[in-house]
Ligand binder design. Structure first.
Ligand code: IVH
Length: 705
């Protein structure tokens, strides 16, 4: 916290002015010219300067004031609505806890650890169990009456379960889903989209007479009028009264006997962050006992018995420099934002997705705009919105392509996602490379350079051509000697008998990556049965909804000539699972399908829903993620990539991260790779002929759509 050593008196005055402006924007309309991290750093610099020069503290300094001194309202609070002090590391938390215990002269009885919800604090006054008034925090002493907004806030009941007089306090926010919906509705009404959920919650709470409705969500975390309850018990009481609390989420509050336990829970909640359906900007640690709380008391700004362990911001502000248009494997033309590099949560972000042209229009983006960028966990960074009020007039419109940027052919812009009119042919090379990949046909020696050579020489226009290449043709190519030619031909020959799931995956049908390809193959048993299936039949496969089913049917129809040529070359006709009884006998016979693993079949994993995370060791060390999933399905289980309530078993290897935390959270059985290997010993490669081990990457291709 030595940032302030650098501040001169002049810089200090500037920093105070900037912080006051930022706080006013942040606590009123939710907009801010500074990112959260920058604001925190600025405040720390100001505070450190003031500590060193106590005589020079400016009267309007935001330090020591609730909401940084932002304007209040005209409804006085019954009890001040305080803020929280922040700590930024485990060490700072330990220091803070030690200070509290010194003050109390005894250890804290227990801690309660809960998410710090990234919204706006409100007080909801109930009389005889009826919601009577809703007030913002304002300056902490008085807030604004926003009762008009109460109807739109989910989790804030109009009537409580008991006719009590109580004031609930908590946070109102937009869940990620509510945020997306709000922006759809706003742009449909010609309004500027919200820059981020917090901004949207602030704007929505204060707005009156909007021609559309935006729903928000309330989370209760304290109350006035139930002060003798310990914190965890208070939260239970609030939930029992009918208020929504974080107990209903994976990041639910946990009472911890020791600070070590509390630190662990902080890490868990931090790991869950990217998967939570709402934003958090930290984790709050509170002394659980009401006696500890009363004895510790509060300062003018914050209680002494609670502290926020801040997490790095997931939203950052940077500049949109350019938009690139890339053509994907299936001919989809996708815009990508080129950004002024910005570090979000420890990762430098230079590119972010812009989804599709309609999305750019909806967000009203321009080149040169300062934009909010979001990144969390494994999520692909995305541009959320421009900071319209910061425009200088030098911004330029984003130019949409008029022809396919790869082949120059026309663009099919009838769907939200634009596509080259040539579809996947635009990308013959990319399709061949994808099909030859490890998790598809696994053709060794057919990488990028070779694929380009084959396509450009005209020998190969699609993957079926690979299987009729003649030795002389290959020898005629540059840099193709006898050895490389024979090796490549041998590799292609091996690929001819790859199991159905891999051949199907190699087709690159939109929405069917490795997992989905395995499910489809297991369900139908043969390519003929897959081709015979109509949308309704396809939709019986787990994870395929009616829309995806229609896309798959349409793509397979488009691929019919290729599929015929593959069949004529005997590709994908190898039998790995019991074959469908009547291979091409139409939809109904195919739907009953063969009794194969992965569809509730027999085996040591029958009935188990299994997720694999971390790196595998021991007998499983060489298996790619796809092969692990194939193994699970051979053993009768169902493989999935994300942990949910339905998961029954997690195989957690080294460096397992958020999936492990989530599984622990949900009480799911967790095994090591070694234990798992024992469990499925009969199905391991080597125990069955024809499955060789290989290393692979985890990217699930084919899910482009
Ligand atoms: S306790 C006296 N608990 O964070 C108790 N606050 O930065 C003070 N916040 O003003 C608040 N989640 O708006 C508390 N679980 C939580 C919270 C939480 C979010 C907000 C609240 C507070 C601000 C301080």
């Amino acid at each position: 916290m030595n940032d302030a050593a650098l501040l001169t008196p002049g810089d200090y005055a500037d920093a105070v002015a900037t912080a006051v402006r930022a706080a006013a924007a942040y606590y009123t309309d939710g907009g801010t010219p500074l990112g959260d991290d920058e604001y925190d750093a600025l405040l720390r610099a100001v505070a450190a300067y003031e500590e060193a020069h106590p005589d020079e503290v400016l009267p309007d300094s935001p330090t020591g004031k609730v909401a940084g001194g932002a304007v209040g309202g005209d409804v006085p609070h019954s009890v001040p609505m305080l803020s929280l002090d922040n700590v930024f590391s485990a060490e700072e938390l330990a220091d803070w806890a030690a200070g509290l215990e010194r003050r109390l002269g005894r250890p804290v009885a227990a801690w309660c650890v809960e998410p710090k919800l990234d919204g706006l604090a409100v007080a909801a006054r109930y009389r005889a169990g009826r919601l009577h008034q809703l007030i913002t925090r304002g300056d902490g002493l008085a807030g604004e009456d926003i009762s008009h907004a109460a109807d739109a806030v989910l989790g804030l009941p109009a009537v409580l379960a008991e006719p009590v007089d109580i004031e609930l306090r908590g946070e109102v926010l937009l869940t990620r889903e509510q945020f997306e919906h709000a922006n759809e509705v706003r742009t449909a009404h010609g309004a500027v989209p919200f820059a981020n959920p917090r901004n949207g919650a602030a704007g929505t709470l204060r707005a009156k007479d909007r021609p559309y409705r935006v729903e928000l969500t309330f989370f209760a975390y304290s109350a006035v009028g139930a002060d003798d309850l310990d914190h965890a018990a208070l939260l239970e009481r609030l939930a029992a009264l009918g208020a929504h609390t974080a107990a209903a989420t994976a990041a639910r509050p946990l009472r911890c006997a020791t600070l070590e336990e509390a630190q662990r829970r902080i890490e868990e909640i931090a790991a869950l962050r990217s998967e939570l359906p709402f934003g958090i900007d930290g984790v709050v640690v509170k002394a659980d006992s009401s006696v500890d709380q009363q004895d510790a008391g509060s300062g003018s700004r914050a209680p002494r018995w609670a502290v926020a362990r801040k997490l790095a911001a997931e939203h950052k502000v940077t500049r949109l420099l350019d938009v690139e248009w890339n053509v994907g494997r299936t001919g989809i033309i996708a815009p990508r934002a080129v950004l002024e590099p910005v570090v979000i949560d420890g990762v430098t972000v230079t590119y972010a997705t812009l989804h599709n042209p309609a999305d750019i229009t909806r967000r009203g983006l321009m080149l040169g705009d300062r934009v909010f960028v979001y990144r969390a966990g494994d999520v692909i960074p995305r541009v959320e919105a421009p900071l319209v009020e910061e425009r200088t007039g030098d911004e330029r419109p984003i130019v949409f392509p008029e022809a396919c940027p790869r082949c120059g052919d026309a663009i099919d812009s009838t769907e939200q996602r634009w596509r080259c009119a040539r579809g996947r042919n635009c990308q013959a090379v990319a399709s061949v490379i994808y099909a030859a990949g490890r998790d598809q046909l696994d053709i060794e020696g057919l990488g990028g350079t070779r694929a380009v050579q084959l396509v450009e020489s005209g020998l190969v226009t699609d993957i079926a051509d690979l299987f009729s290449l003649a030795r002389e043709q290959l020898l005629g190519l540059e840099r193709m000697g006898e050895t490389s030619t024979d090796n490549l031909l041998a590799a292609i020959e091996t690929a001819r008998s790859r199991p159905l799931n891999r051949v199907f995956c190699a087709l690159g049908v939109r929405g069917t990556g490795r997992t989905m390809s395995r499910r489809i193959a297991a369900h139908f048993g043969s390519m003929a049965a897959i081709r015979a299936a109509d949308a309704e039949t396809l939709a019986r496969v787990d994870g395929i909804g009616p829309e995806k089913a229609r896309v798959i049917v349409a793509e397979l129809a488009e691929l019919a000539p290729l599929l015929d040529r593959l069949a004529a070359r005997d590709v994908g006709t190898a039998v790995t699972a019991p074959q469908a009884p009547v291979a091409a006998a139409g939809a109904s016979a195919a739907a009953e399908g063969p009794a194969v693993a992965g569809e509730g079949g027999a085996g040591p994993l029958a009935g188990e829903a299994v997720v694999v995370t971390g790196s595998m060791t021991g007998p499983l060390a060489a298996l790619s993620r796809n092969e692990m999933n194939e193994l699970i399905e051979r053993a009768g289980g169902k493989a999935s990539s994300s942990v949910s309530k339905r998961t029954t078993l997690l195989v957690a290897g080294e460096k397992a991260g958020s999936k492990r935390a989530k599984a622990e959270e949900l009480g799911i059985r967790i095994v090591t790779p070694d234990d798992f290997a024992v469990l499925v010993a009969g199905q391991l490669p080597g125990a069955e002929a024809g499955t060789e081990a290989e290393a692979g990457t985890e990217a699930e291709a084919g899910t482009e759509a």
